[in-house]
Design a protein around this ligand. Structure first.
Ligand code: SAM
Ligand code: SF4
Ligand code: SF4
Length: 343
């Protein structure tokens, strides 16, 4: 396994818009035990759906090797995602390998259903923290939004397990959809404040091409802030460069609330993120229509320097700013699904 120190650290970029590569999301599987309609609607991801054959997905050693390449290019944050990353049997091995590289921030995004079983092992492997997606505390709404047999109590238990294992700070992701879960916003806020969790409300996005996205279904970050601050006054915080959420501290000191306003107030200017798809394609935007293949050269015996050059060259040519262009009414082509590219 390549240790970070084995390669001289050279920053990738800046890209054509002056942004350096700092963080990478790695999708470790395109499979999921949920069928959230905004991400993997059953009509498209039903029993007949053909997921990527296992041999075509990167194996644990390949993922760790590429993580080492990213780290040597200045990446300090790696988030494992999917699909549902906890479905990947060798996730502990992946985390262990990335931790051995010395990456300062290793995070995982999960729907939480399998967290109780795996939290301690992941912590021992070197995972630092988790973000758990939780769209509603209401059992009926949760069930409709996950379109699964998993109960919301199992996710809450997963969150408790993450805390017991020390996978903190824990964040909660919530996708707010008009007329679906917006009425439960304040319940989620109360829960997060009580439990010391950082709630991040994500505007419903037009990722992929299967969720039937309509702008009318988006609850804007502005509206979320208005609703919450009417009950719990908020103080604005500075936006960290590279952070996607605008975070606001509760005036009474009970934690913070973030809004991710990809639709209403894009943040492409600060986007320092790349995504590695399940099959080893590297994407430089969540809304990309294509990526560069790293699996083929990896399997053909390319050394780390060659892989580094490929990533750095691609990054240097990057001019992605889809969300800003969407705001200007400029549409893009067929986009990669969120479960594949890693949300
Ligand atoms: N399965 C894991 C989970 O749900 O946390 C990780 C993968 S999921 C694709 C990552 C994040 O993307 C989740 O927080 C999910 O809510 C969010 N997401 C998926 N589809 C979305 C959409 N259309 N708009 C906004 N966020 C979305
Ligand atoms: Fe699965 Fe996460 Fe997508 Fe829901 S958001 S379908 S849990 S990958
Ligand atoms: Fe980054 Fe693309 Fe999202 Fe803009 S639209 S913030 S470039 S991922």
């Amino acid at each position: 396994m390549t240790a970070v120190s084995a390669l001289p650290a050279v920053a990738a970029g800046p890209d054509l818009l002056g942004r350096s590569l700092r963080d990478v999301r790695i999708s470790v599987t395109d499979r999921c035990n949920f069928r959230c309609p905004y991400c993997m609607p059953k009509a498209r991801f039903g029993p007949g759906h053909r997921f990527l054959p296992r041999a075509e997905a990167l194996d644990a050693r390949e993922i760790v090797r590429l993580a080492g390449v990213f780290a040597s290019l200045g990446v300090t944050k790696i988030r494992l995602t999917g699909g549902e990353p906890l479905l990947r049997p060798d996730l502990v091995e992946i985390v262990e390998g990335i931790a051995l590289l010395g990456v300062p921030d290793i995070a995982l995004t999960t729907n939480g259903a399998l967290l109780r079983r795996q939290a301690v092992r992941l912590r021992n492997a070197g995972l630092h923290r988790v973000t758990v997606s939780l769209d509603s505390l209401d059992p009926a709404v949760f069930s409709a939004m996950s379109d699964s047999r998993v109960e919301v109590s199992e996710v809450l238990d997963g969150i408790a397990a993450a805390r017991e294992a020390g996978l903190e700070p824990i964040k909660l992701n919530c996708v707010m959809q008009r007329g679906v879960n917006e009425d439960g916003l304040l319940d989620l806020v109360d829960f997060a404040r009580r439990e010391g969790l950082g709630l991040r409300c994500i505007e419903y996005m037009d990722v992929g091409s299967t969720n039937g996205w309509r702008k009318a279904d988006v609850v804007s970050g502005e509206e979320i802030l208005e609703r919450v601050s009417a009950v719990y006054p908020l103080l604005e915080e500075d936006l960290d460069p590279g952070a996607v959420a605008r975070t606001y501290r509760f005036a009474d000191g009970a934690g913070d609330l973030g809004v991710i306003t990809s639709v209403s107030r894009p943040f492409c200017g600060d986007c320092t993120r790349a995504r590695l798809g399940v099959d080893g394609k590297l994407y430089t935007c969540l809304f990309a229509t294509s990526g560069i293949d790293l699996r083929e050269p990896l399997r053909a015996g390319a050394d780390d320097n060659a892989l580094r050059r490929m990533v750095a060259d691609r990054w240097k040519r990057r001019d992605d700013r889809y969300s800003e262009l969407r705001g200007l009414g400029i549409a893009a082509g067929e986009r990669i699904e969120m479960s594949y590219i890693g949300g």
